[in-house]
Design a protein around this ligand. Structure first.
Ligand code: GAP
Length: 459
């Protein structure tokens, strides 16, 4: 994990939030290369969840929501983690996670009473990560919702507007608008990539557990009790998608939840073998039954039933959900693509990202940056490719070996070098050809400038 974090900072993928002030725990910024990878991931995910599907509608809902939403959803009462405090130094720990570290299976969905029973049985094994003592308060449920003061002009904070605890609530709130504006027939999906905020007790492991996150959600609305087959299909589709973007199948697996979160009747995770952590949740796939729409119907007083156009029957659809944090997806993709290997005269670090995800399609370099004729020719190639692909890097910093190493670490699939042969100064038959170096093999080919666009598109 340390190597991945270091590469992310060194190469402009991810920075600690508010770093010059000592950092803000659980918040990260995506740098120039990171935002390209993140956007490529979002585009690939959107294509698979909207464009490749029938009757799947994308939305982008407002973040702030009516305070009653979080009562209806169950978050104000049930969205909590078990927290205990060290009596010696006031350090707070997340009890389920600390129990897990000493081999005791507990999870965030257990009742306060059950967690405390396990905690009491294992107190001698759990030490404070700061002072090393074993003197903790009992665990209490700590609510993870983050409050805002939006519209609180009196300042009494009695009815706070929360930041979203999960992005999918925006989908349930717009479900009726989608029915009225798009007239979909069941089954249909509503899809969104939206922000969520959680007052995580111990944000940790880089992008794995953050306080500000983005969730990519598909909510599939199906007829009541017609959930089983569609649920299995969703699970397989999502697993296959991870493999299609280049994640190694041996680093992925399914895991069913033993203890279900308050809204789910069945829940599976797709787990990824994260560096330092081992297999842990990458994406949640939940059978939410009619819980959400029934709750919102009760709290809002608005009829959210679907009218079956064939039978005229009215009913509340059931919801199947897939939800993945974009940061966790980003971490899994970078970790999976990270290699250190022998090449030429030493060890190189390389990100073998799927070419469609890499921040740049290719990098263009003049062999020497102090030769104006090479630079002018390289600029021409750069403009040609940039017009076609957009994301092309210009790299004339340091010698060619250093440029290759740098582009390897960014994951650029091809490096294009304009040299004296391109100018036709050495062998006239090589005039207007360039060297293209392959990131994964290091092999070099000579390609005519006129063929470059087609060559890169094919690769
Ligand atoms: N709407 C369902 C939902 O929010 P969840 O299992 O709490 O379910 C779904 O979250 C996904 O969001 C997780 O599988 C994970 O990828 C991501 N996620 C949740 N909490 C996170 C956190 N604190 N930091 C980063 N990602 C998180």
């Amino acid at each position: 994990m340390e190597k991945v974090v270091s590469l992310c900072k060194r190469r402009g993928f991810v920075f600690q939030g508010s770093e010059i002030y000592g950092g803000l725990a659980g918040v990260f910024d995506f740098g120039p290369n990171g935002v390209e990878l993140l956007n490529n991931l979002k585009r690939a995910w959107w294509k698979s969840n909207v464009y490749d599907k029938e009757s799947h509608y994308g939305i982008d809902s407002g973040m702030f929501k009516h305070p009653k939403v979080w009562d209806a959803s169950g978050h104000t009462s049930g969205f909590s983690d078990p927290l205990a405090e060290c009596r010696e130094c006031n350090t707070r720990i997340r009890v389920d996670k600390e129990l897990g570290k000493v081999g005791v299976v507990a999870d965030e969905k257990m009742s306060e009473e059950d967690i405390n029973k396990l905690f009491d049985e294992n107190r001698d094994k759990i030490v404070c990560p700061k002072c090393g003592q074993k003197n903790f308060t009992p665990a209490r449920a700590f609510n993870l919702l983050v409050k805002s003061n939006l519209g609180d002009f009196t300042g009494d904070g009695s009815d706070p507007v929360y930041l979203p605890g999960e992005a999918c609530q925006g989908i349930y709130l717009d479900y009726k608008n989608i029915l009225d504006s798009m007239s979909p027939k069941l089954p249909f999906g509503i899809v969104q990539i939206g922000k969520a905020f959680r007052n995580e007790i111990s944000p940790r492991n880089f992008l794995f557990r953050t306080r500000e996150l983005e969730q990519a959600d598909t909510q599939l609305f199906v007829k009541p009790n017609q959930n089983k087959e569609a649920y299995e299909q969703l699970k397989q589709d999502r697993m296959n998608w991870y493999i299609s973007i280049g994640i190694k199948p041996e680093n992925l697996r399914f895991k069913q939840h033993d203890n279900l979160v308050f809204y789910a009747s069945d829940a599976w995770d797709i787990e990824y073998n994260f560096p330092s952590l081992g297999f842990d949740e990458l994406e949640g796939i939940h059978d939410r039954t009619d819980y959400d729409l029934t709750q919102h119907m009760k709290y809002s007083g608005v009829d959210l039933r679907y009218t079956d156009s064939e039978t005229g029957e009215k009913y509340v659809p059931w919801i199947l959900e897939t939800s993945v944090g974009m940061g966790r997806m980003f971490l899994a993709v970078i970790a999976d693509a990270y290699y250190e290997e022998e090449m030429g005269d030493g060890i190189r670090t390389v990100l073998k990202l799927h070419p469609s995800l890499a921040p740049y399609r290719a990098a263009v370099s003049p062999l020497l940056k102090n030769k104006p004729e090479l630079v002018a020719k390289a600029r021409g190639v750069f403009s040609l490719l940039k017009k076609e692909f957009g994301n092309i890097a210009w790299d004339d910093n340091g010698n060619i070996g250093k440029r290759y190493r740098r582009q390897d670490e960014i994951g650029t699939p091809a490096c294009i070098v304009i040299d004296f042969e391109t100018l036709g100064e050495e062998k006239s038959e090589l005039k207007d050809t360039v060297t293209v170096r392959n990131r994964d093999t290091g092999a070099q080919e000579r390609v005519a400038i006129g063929d470059l666009v087609g060559y890169l598109a094919n690769k």
